[in-house]
Design a protein around this ligand. Sequence first.
Ligand code: GDP
Length: 300
Amino acid sequence: MATFGTLSDRLTETFRNLRKKGQLTPADVDGTVREIRRALLDADVALPVVKEFTAAVRERALGDEVNRALNPAQQVVQIVNDELIGILGGQQRRLQFAKNPPTVIMLAGLQGSGKTTFAGKLAKMLEKDGHTPLLVACDLQRPNAVNQLQVVAERAGAAIYAPEPGNGVGDPVKVARDGVAYATRQQHDIVIIDTAGRLGVDAELMKQASDIRKATQPDEVLFVIDSMIGQDAVNTAKAFQDGVDFTGVVLSKLDGDARGGAALSVASVTGRPIIFASTGEGLDDVEPFHPDRMASRILD
Ligand code: GDP
């Protein structure tokens, strides 16, 4: 995967230099921490996250666990690995299902973030596990959005609930509510609600998403974010957290030649777990997110 290419190379180089040393002096630790800091900032990781991360690494690297280690440099690498897993959310977090079906999963995010594509990916994944998801088209903002979800549903082999022209068009909250009722009647055990996105965060969009949330009481609200969004990641994520109070994050376009900062910032600044990573345009290009595997990918 191209993602984290540069960050990964820079950290590898930093650790290679560190390994050449036997015992580590505080100056060695400081030099290493400075290089890690620069590499993270260049990868677009948000400044507060970088500060917290490097402070934690520095404190531990100057502590006894490194002094006593047989191989101090290796111990520092281990500390960086642990701390990376920490900012990526720690433990893997799986999707939560309702005790009484249907489980309602709402998707939110900026336009172009990969929401609609992810709706298809999620439906396909869930079908493989024996579920019968229903996609609900609540993006009534863009003329082509319902169409696009229809295409995605067909590719995923999933059922779709979309407003008939002239019937409920213009009222996404009603479509969402009706979609959940339809799923219950038709015994779909999961409802995936695709909502409208705008190019930038906007109050009307947030209100609409929040109204859909109130009307359907989702078990999960997944915020889909383009990994290539760079330094905007933090503000966008915070705006969606305030607006719809999402329960989990989907990182999309992790296959791109992104610098990867969004991935490293979003979980940490919102305190919400990353649940899935999307890695391509195909419907199979998605995987559950494992903080530990992602950390090793960065440090390999
Ligand atoms: P939405 O506006 O949020 O619904 O975004 P779409 O699902 O329409 O995706 C916008 C564009 O990004 C489309 O061209 C998708 O094919 C593409 N896309 C979505 N997910 C990924 C991904 O994980 N990797 C890559 N490379 N492209 C993606």
